[in-house]
Every structure is written in structure tokens, then in C-alpha cells.
Design a protein around this ligand. Structure first.
Ligand code: SF4
Length: 429
């Protein structure tokens, strides 16, 4: 048993006091802690899934595991896309994200996931999941949603951004015909989520694998916008079954599809990658403005919102920019929106940079404090005090965490047990 498991079990023991209450821990609570600890110990298995990915120029020709198939050429698509309009000469304009691609017959949009076939626009990834995995909800990150809960995550290939730092580039910067995938209907995915079976399991301390019944479905790993129709149908089925639904997005989706999707989502995590257009255009091939609009749309719809800012040395770690970002958040969204500063590690096309110094993250967090952001976290830094949630009024520790593992929850019906401050979020009680 590695140290992650020890910490989780020890933490649960602490959470339940030292009077033997640990024996009353139910199976679900036990599994939650095991799962979270597994993720904290690096046992969460994106790598397992990515083992099924082709190298960029290497076509995948054959199945290698049950249920895994390959698509050697772009699929013609069998599921009509939503949010597009027809133009002259059988061209279409996609209206799903800010790029608004104009796509001629036989061509794909910028994200490679939507294809014009004789004037009708299709999704080429509907039913083709490239990642199916169970994660702790803290990994979303969604620190104010069902602490210790489990999410069944679905991702596909490709993205509408081209981030040079992408940690999931094996999926997001590949096309659906370059990665192995699992053919699944929305009903099958929701059934898996309820049963808690995934292609990549989390290992228990005794060496056995899953299943874990999940509390929510989540759409993450690559940008869910580019598999909108698939995501929408999975979320709709999940809601029918009484599950929660979470979205992690780069914020590039247009307002109309986002509003419709929010009708199914309980909480949204948005990557606010920087606060300059220069960064967005040079590092992500994207734009800042649409992301800010999306944040306002989500907040305006009354959905729980959390923001992630990956701090990359030399590229977006200017404290004046971070100050402007925090001021914008407080003014336009409110000081009670949780903000996660996460640590960069070299990845994809930014191998030359060093990991973010913890001092940089701490300086950013102090700037956020000073600007009035009430819940400021430091992520990708296991064991940091700012992994945990504190009451903004009296300073009481409300949720103690070690990375993704929840050690102790002290909330009383969503309020601080000491001063009664209401804490925004979705809580168990
Ligand atoms: S979703 Fe894809 S095809 Fe549609 S506008 Fe965005 S990048 Fe273009």
C-alpha cells in the first residue's frame, strides 16, 4: 500500500474521530477515499487510456482490446450536428464555438470533429469515446461540489484550441481517426457510470479493480464543445437517472449552445488560461473575449462555477495581469467564485519550461486574496495548505484535502460550523 492510500485511510480515520467511528464508514465512503487516494498517488489512469492512442503520424489500423475500434479515415458522420446554418453552394457555417468555421462540402471544421457532407453538417465523434474514466470529483477540479464524490468522465479526440502546454495533448491534439476509441451509446455510458465500470479502473489497495458507482457524469480531458451532441445526450440520460452532471471547458462555446447545455449541467469548471489576448492567440491559438463572455453566461444562468488558471512560468505569471484577472472576476462574477491556480509541468510543446515555482503560485494566491477572491486554491501541489477550503469570514478549515483526497469535511448544511457563513457550492447535506 503506497503512501497515498495510507494518507486517505488515516485521513478518514481522523475525519471520523479517534473513538472507533471508523468502523461505521460505509462502503461508498470507503471507496470514495480509496479512489481519491489512488488519484493522489498517481494511479488514475489517463495514461492507460492514452496507451491506446496513436502517435501523431501513425495510423491505427486494428483493434487491440475488447470494445476498442479504430477509424483509419475520417468518418463520414452518422449524427447530424446541431448549431450550424446552411450557406450557398452546400457550404455550412458552424455556430457552436467562437470560431464559426465556414466549411465546404467534404471538409472538416477547425476541430476536425464536424464534417460537411453534401451540405449537411455531421459530428464525426458521436458515440466514439476516446477516454472513459472514473475520477475523484476534486480532480475536475470542483472543490465546492459533493466533496469526495466520484465522476464518470467522458472525452473524445480533438479540440477547438491548440494549446502548446496541453497536458492531455494525446487526446486533444489528435483526430478521432488517430486515436483508438470505444464505441458507446449515451445509454451505455450512463449505465457504466451507474455501475461504476470504466475501461481504466482505479486499483484498490488489495490489488483488485473497480467497480465504483459514480455520483456524476463529467465531460473533460479534451474540450467537450467538440463533442457537444454526444455530451448533451449523455448528460440528458444521466439526469433522467438522477445523476449529477459536470462540465470542464475552455469557455469557447457560443452563448446559445451553452445556455441549452446549462439546462442539464449542475456545475461548470472553466479554464481561464490567462488574462491577455496575446497569450490566448500565441499560446492557445484562441481568444480571451469569448471565454469572459462564457463565464458571465454561466454565472448569469445561476450554475455553480469554478475557474482554473494554469500558471506557466514567463508566459502568464505576471502578477499585474493576475491582479487584473482577479479584479475582473470579483467585479463581473463575484468574489465567491472559487479560483484555482494550478502548477504547470512541462508538456507537449512547452518542454523547455520549468515547473511553476510554488512561490509563484503563492504570490498569485495572495494577489487574489487582496482583490477579494474568497476561495483561492493552489493545485497540482499536493500537501499545500491551499488544497483545503477555509471559511472566508472566520478562517475555519471547512474541507481538509491532500491533493485530491478529502480528509475531513466540517460543513454544517453548507455553512461554516463556527460562524454560520454560507459556503457556495453543491453539498451532500
Ligand atoms: S466547434 Fe469546431 S467546427 Fe464548429 S466553429 Fe468550433 S472549431 Fe469550428
Amino acid at each position: 500500500m503506497g503512501p497515498g492510500w495510507v494518507m486517505a485511510l488515516l485521513g478518514r480515520s481522523l475525519a471520523n474521530g479517534s473513538d472507533g467511528e471508523q468502523a461505521t464508514m460505509d462502503r461508498r465512503g470507503f471507496l470514495r477515499n480509496i479512489l481519491a487516494a489512488g488519484a493522489g498517488a498517481g494511479l488514475s489512469c489517463v495514461a492507460t487510456l492514452l496507451g491506446g492512442c496513436a502517435k501523431r503520424d501513425e495510423p491505427v489500423a486494428t483493434s487491440t482490446a475488447a470494445g476498442v475500434t479504430s477509424t483509419p479515415t475520417p468518418a463520414t458522420g452518422d449524427h447530424e450536428a446541431r448549431f450550424y446554418r446552411r450557406l450557398a453552394d452546400d457550404a455550412v457555417q458552424c455556430e457552436l464555438c467562437w470560431r464559426r468555421c465556414v466549411v465546404r462540402p467534404g471538409e472538416l471544421g477547425f476541430c476536425y470533429n464536424r464534417k460537411n457532407v453534401d451540405g449537411t453538417y455531421y459530428s464525426v465523434v458521436y458515440g466514439r469515446a476516446a477516454a472513459l474514466q472514473i475520477d475523484p470529483i476534486e480532480k475536475e477540479p470542483a472543490f465546492h461540489v459533493l466533496p469526495g464524490g466520484t465522476i464518470f468522465c467522458t472525452g473524445t479526440a480533438s479540440c477547438n484550441n491548440r494549446c502548446r502546454f496541453c497536458q492531455n495533448w494525446h487526446l486533444s491534439q489528435q483526430t478521432t481517426w488517430q486515436v483508438r476509441h470505444y464505441d458507446r451509446t449515451p445509454d451505455e455510458i450512463v449505465a457504466q457510470a451507474q455501475e461504476g465500470t470504466a475501461e481504466a479502473y482505479v486499483q484498490r489497495p488489495d490489488g483488485s479493480l473497480g467497480p465504483f458507482a459514480c455520483d456524476a457524469v463529467s465531460f473533460t480531458y479534451n474540450e467537450p464543445t467538440v463533442f457537444y451532441e454526444f455530451m448533451y445526450d449523455i448528460a440528458a440520460r444521466a439526469k433522467e437517472k438522477g445523476m449529477w452532471a459536470l462540465l470542464h471547458t475552455n469557455g469557447g462555446m457560443n452563448r446559445e449552445p451553452m445556455l441549452e447545455l446549462l439546462g442539464l449541467m449542475d456545475a461548470v469548471t472553466v479554464d481561464l488560461k490567462a488574462f491577455t489576448d496575446e497569450f490566448y492567440s500565441k499560446v492557445s491559438s484562441a481568444r480571451l473575449g469569448p471565454v469572459l463572455s462564457t463565464l458571465e453566461t454561466i454565472r448569469g444562468a445561476g450554475k455553480h462555477l469554478e475557474i482554473v488558471n494554469l500558471v506557466i512560468p514567463t508566459l502568464n505569471d505576471d502578477l499585474d495581469d493576475i491582479r487584473r484577472m482577479c479584479a475582473w472576476i470579483v467585479t463581473n462574477l463575484g468574489g465567491d467564485v472559487p479560483l484555482h491556480f494550478t502548477r504547470f509541468f512541462p508538456a507537449y510543446k512547452l518542454q523547455r519550461l520549468s515547473p511553476t515555482p510554488v512561490e509563484t503560485l503563492e504570490a498569485a494566491a495572495q494577489v487574489a486574496d487582496a482583490e477579494g477572491v474568497q476561495y483561492v486554491y493552489i493545485g497540482n501541489t499536493p500537501g499545500h495548505r491551499r488544497n483545503s477550503t477555509f471559511c472566508p469570514r472566520c478562517g475555519e478549515m471547512l474541507i481538509s484535502r491532500m491533493h485530491f483526497a478529502v480528509i475531513k469535511v466540517s460543513l454544517d448544511q453548507g455553512k461554516c460550523p463556527v460562524c454560520g457563513q454560507e459556503i457556495p457550492g453543491i453539498w451532500w447535506d
